[in-house]
Design a binder for this molecule. Structure first.
Ligand code: ATP
Length: 136
């Protein structure tokens, strides 16, 4: 019985990641949760947050934007609106998105406040995740 967990991250833009890892920690709507191989099955919604995996001495970081996690004994399937590995995050783009959202929040009567607010959350989280570079 192999002690590996397949982590698969899928978005409408394509397959972001599909590899065997030792451990996954993700941001569920109800809080952070960790998964090791042979975890009991469960399904949860995800919020805008960071997902981390460990494989030996390696740690990988992803930005994850909403969605679902389906946990089964040998697999964690993440279905997200968008997701990027920390090293793929364009920090300048995230900073521009942050500035745009902040400007829109200042002019709340002209823009959809809720939309600007989640856009800001995404941009802030992307800059935080981008600072975490994978350690091998
Ligand atoms: P923006 O306003 O910059 O488009 P957004 O939060 O609206 O950001 P999303 O709707 O979450 O963007 O994602 C659209 C696509 O662009 C996805 O493929 C996502 O992975 C990618 N993407 C968005 N922002 C970044 C970024 N800063 N770095 C890399 N990829 C990004």
């Amino acid at each position: 019985m192999e002690n590996k967990l397949r982590l698969e991250i899928v978005t409408p833009y394509g397959l972001v990641f599909s590899e065997d890892v030792d451990e996954v920690v993700a941001s569920g709507s109800e809080g952070e949760f960790g998964v090791l191989p042979w975890h009991a099955p469960f399904l949860t919604t995800l919020k805008i947050g960071m997902l981390t995996y460990k494989r030996g001495s390696e740690t990988g970081y992803f930005f994850v934007n909403w969605g679902y996690a389906e946990v089964s004994p040998e697999k964690v399937l993440i279905l997200a609106d968008s997701a990027e590995r920390s090293s793929d995050i364009d920090i300048e783009r995230a900073k521009a998105a942050m500035k745009r959202a902040e400007e829109r929040l200042k002019e709340a009567e002209k823009f959809d406040r809720a939309r600007a607010s989640v856009s800001l959350d995404r941009a802030i989280m992307r800059t935080q995740v981008a600072e975490k570079r994978s350690v091998k």
